[in-house]
Design a protein around this ligand. Structure first.
Ligand SMILES: Cc1cc2nc3c(=O)[nH]c(=O)nc-3n(C[C@H](O)[C@H](O)[C@H](O)COP(=O)(O)OP(=O)(O)OC[C@H]3O[C@@H](n4cnc5c(N)ncnc54)[C@H](O)[C@@H]3O)c2cc1C
Length: 340
């Protein structure tokens, strides 16, 4: 098939690589002059900034992509495990380092909050259990809602048991507060879901799995900066003959009789395709790029779930000295976690 991929972010690059490897003729359109999307790099005055992600968890996702197309990610990327993973500072002036190593984490907790050592181990085991359920049930499948999840996997005794083990009536906040008495540790573990754009008061307990994904499975960094990952995927695209068109904004996905016929670029040029994959934001894609009645109906039905996460402000500071009290990654927690 002739397939267009709109957007050269990580998802678009990964889709293009898999499709080209499977033998399709793939054209990837990116509106920017570079690939990688939010995984962007900025170089200025001798400094290099990772503009987006700096914490890489589950390198297995990268590994699986490379293996699926007959390559080894080690030949393209040098991923190193970070231990300590980051340093957390609290409003009372205290700080704790998060270690993957149980032995080092134990010593750190003995210093920071000795009464919480056993609670930490209990929480890690709970988080590990949540991760195992997710792996078995939905981690590797796309789903947009609980309803999708239920209909995607046939309900049998095994999935009913898994659903119950998910602690379905507890929020992440509730699950964490059940484990920790120390407010600072509770705040730290709740933050795992905040930095993926959700609220611990709303997120289900199953998302406690993030703690295991980071602490248990490790936190990684590609030497040279996270942009190296986008660079490695771009290399794969080139190796599999993906036709990459930079500086090309797709205005519209053209349809006829309810079927995709092609894409219209900002220059007004229509190119024909059998299928289109959009790496662009879903609301933008459905509302602007694809103005079909089915897209509108979907948007109306899912309005609540498709609400955007909150925005953020990022400062990129080039400094002329080092601060020994800082780690490579540092989090500064506010005094009021609920308000935060
Ligand atoms: C400041 C910041 C920090 C982050 N930190 C982390 C972190 O530490 N760890 C982590 O795992 N994640 C982190 N993330 C999230 C991570 O960056 C994103 O989840 C991921 O990069 C999204 O990839 P994507 O391919 O889904 O989308 P995007 O990167 O948004 O890619 C979409 C691409 O489509 C292009 N596009 C859109 N519309 C069109 C169109 N009509 N025509 C042509 N091109 C179009 C865009 O230009 C873009 O290149 C962070 C994000 C930010 C912003």
């Amino acid at each position: 098939m002739r397939i267009a991929v709109i957007g050269g972010g990580l998802a678009g690059l990964a889709a293009a690589v898999r499709l080209a490897h499977a033998g399709h003729r793939v054209t990837l359109y990116e509106k920017n002059s570079h690939l990688g999307g939010k995984m962007n790099v900025w170089k200025a005055n001798g400094f290099t900034f990772d503009m987006g992600p700096t914490i890489i968890t589950k390198p297995e996702v990268i590994e699986r992509l490379f293996l699926a197309v007959g390559r080894h990610h080690e030949d393209y990327l040098n991923l190193v495990a970070l231990d300590p993973q980051w340093r957390a500072f609290f409003a009372d002036g205290s700080h704790i380092d998060l270690y993957s190593s149980l032995h080092r984490m134990n010593s750190e907790l003995q210093r920071f909050a000795p009464q919480e050592v056993a609670n930490y181990l209990r929480f890690l085991s709970y988080s590990h259990r949540m991760n195992s359920i997710a792996e078995q049930w939905f981690y590797w499948k796309p789903y947009g809602s609980l309803h999708d999840l239920m209909t995607a996997s046939p309900m049998n005794l095994q999935s009913a048991l898994l659903a119950l083990q998910m602690d379905p009536f507890t929020t992440m906040h509730g699950a964490i507060r059940k484990h920790f008495r120390d407010e600072r540790l509770a705040q730290l573990f709740e933050h795992f879901v905040q930095y993926v754009g959700s609220s611990p008061f709303v997120a289900p307990a199953i998302l406690c799995l993030i703690a295991w994904v980071q602490i248990g499975l490790g936190c990684w960094y590609p030497m040279g900066g996270t942009g190296e990952i986008a660079g490695a995927l771009s290399r794969l695209c080139n190796e599999f003959g993906v036709d990459i068109r930079l500086n090309t904004f797709i205005e519209h996905i053209e349809t006829a009789d309810g079927k995709i016929v092609g894409v219209l670029s900002s220059g007004g040029q229509l190119e024909r395709f059998d299928a289109v994959i959009a790496n662009s934001d879903i609301v933008h894609t459905l509302a602007r790029l694809l103005d079909a009645p089915e897209a509108k109906a979907y948007l109306t039905k899912r309005q609540k779930q498709l609400e955007p996460a909150c925005s953020g402000i990022v400062l990129y500071l080039g400094c002329n000295r080092t601060w020994p009290q800082l780690q490579h990654h540092n989090f500064f927690f506010s005094a009021d976690s609920d308000a935060e």
